[in-house]
Design a protein around this ligand. Structure first.
Ligand SMILES: Cc1ncc(COP(=O)(O)O)c(C=O)c1O
Length: 438
């Protein structure tokens, strides 16, 4: 199935070079397990699990059945002032699967909405507690927190910010991509000291003005940056010392990709607020969730006025959409029943070894990995840091492998169900593509 130039015109595609794409469309028409079928009828290995979404593999019968049933039973239900049982069931499931102490859940429809909701909860919390000055956010350079105004404001990828004003009051600590950690496997040894920059920003802005710090435990979009050993613990200590909320953006790391249910579990540091999306439904239906401690929730309840009043003036038409909740309950059931988080943990060394075999391939300047997430940095063309990853991505696609390119990096995130042969195939395709370009 091909589309004509005219048919391609109307859709302004997200995070896509639209002009290049419309000359050379890459269209998927079906997916099953770890493979897509493209419009030419080719099988394409899903080397990024969709967009870090589809760890269970595509077209899972359990999710399909739950979604079909739910559309037939209750296709939509208003989320304001009325509810449906599945959202409560799902909230309990999310609480069960996330670290102790995070026990209230606010549903959204995407990672970006989840981040903005978390930021609003943090600001609203301090205002509700009578500390309205605590409104500034601290993010991190190279951080990605989606594309809504709050997320872009705390985000730290220059390319994503350059067309827009600074939307929320935010400052940033340094990223953790250090030369001395190049080709580290898992958590890098050096870099915990970088968390101390937070102390400097607290000195600069004063804790009485800071609502929250937001970081991804492992930064995915900027090319897979695992946290240096001790780094997240240090951030936690500094936040505790100064009474600043710590938000972990676990939109990528939540529900298995690190080899634990969450990044917080894997890295042993518990935030005050956690954002989840993507893997929560295995990508089948959009859904996001903010998970937080009861004390934050109770603060809003206690100061909410008469009980007919809305305590938190926030929510989306599709918050806790019944079909999304059904998809999520089914997806989380599969994740647990099939021990897929454990499988990621067991297979991670296989992925790590295969990935690092690319360390001597042409143009590779760094490789990083954790769980089923891997990133490669590539030597720049003079003045064109983005071009080589794009070229390699296209070469991989020609060979039947979908991977992601972003900035000067390639990103790999195989489905949790990927076999050793799948992983070898993926790494070989990247290696061959690099050699062909040299
Ligand atoms: C850490 C993180 N936060 C937020 C987002 C935004 O999610 P969405 O694209 O669903 O809005 C992403 C997406 O990749 C992400 O990686």
């Amino acid at each position: 199935m091909t589309l004509t130039n005219e048919e391609l015109n109307a859709h302004w595609m997200p995070f896509t070079g639209n002009r290049q794409f419309k000359q050379h469309p890459r269209l998927f028409v079906a997916a099953d397990g770890a493979y897509y079928t493209d419009s030419e009828g080719r099988q394409v290995f899903d080397g990024l699990s969709g967009l870090w979404t589809c760890g269970l593999g595509h077209s899972r019968d359990e999710i399909n059945a739950a979604v079909s049933k739910q559309v037939a039973d209750l296709d939509y239900s208003p989320g304001f002032q009325y509810g449906h049982p599945l959202s409560f069931k799902l909230a309990n499931k999310v609480v069960e699967l996330t670290p102790a102490g995070l026990d209230r859940v606010f549903f959204t429809d995407s990672g970006s909405e989840t981040v903005d909701t978390a930021l609003k909860i943090a600001q609203g919390y301090w205002r509700t507690k009578g500390q309205p000055g605590k409104s500034k956010f601290i993010g991190r350079i190279k951080g990605y927190h989606g594309v809504n105004f709050g997320g872009v404001g705390v985000g730290g990828i220059g390319f994503n910010r350059k067309l827009f004003d600074q939307s929320v009051d935010a400052d940033h600590i340094s990223h953790t991509l250090l030369d001395e950690n190049r080709f580290s496997r898992g958590m890098p040894e050096k870099g915990a000291h970088l968390a101390d920059e937070l102390e400097e920003l607290v000195l600069l802005h004063d804790a009485s003005n800071i609502a929250a710090v937001i970081v991804e435990p492992l930064s995915g979009t900027s090319g897979v940056l695992p946290p240096p050993k001790g780094y997240l613990n240090r951030l936690r200590e500094i936040c505790d010392k100064h009474d600043i909320l710590l938000i972990f953006d676990e939109v990528i790391t939540g529900f298995g990709r690190m080899g634990s249910m969450t990044g917080a579990d894997e890295f042993g540091v518990i935030p005050d607020i956690m954002t989840l999306a993507k893997q929560i439904t295995n990508g089948a239906i959009p859904l996001g969730a903010v998970v937080l401690g009861a004390e934050i929730y109770e603060t809003f309840m206690d100061k909410g006025g008469p009980d007919y009043m809305v305590e938190f003036p926030h929510g989306y038409t599709y918050s806790a959409h019944p079909v999304a909740c059904a998809a999520s309950l089914a997806a989380l059931e599969v994740l647990v029943q099939e021990n897929l988080v454990e499988r990621v943990k067991q297979m991670s060394p296989v992925f790590e070894k295969a990935l690092h075999s690319l360390s001597t391939a042409p143009f590779v300047t760094d490789i990083r990995n954790y769980g089923f997430a891997g990133g490669l940095s590539l030597e720049h063309y003079p003045g064109e840091p983005l071009r080589r990853p794009f070229e390699i991505g296209l070469k991989c696609f020609e060979k039947g492998f979908y991977i992601r390119w972003g900035a000067d990096t390639l990103q790999l995130a195989p489905p949790f169900i990927a076999s050793e042969a799948d992983i070898d195939g993926l790494i070989n395709a990247v290696g061959e593509s690099l050699h062909e370009l040299s």
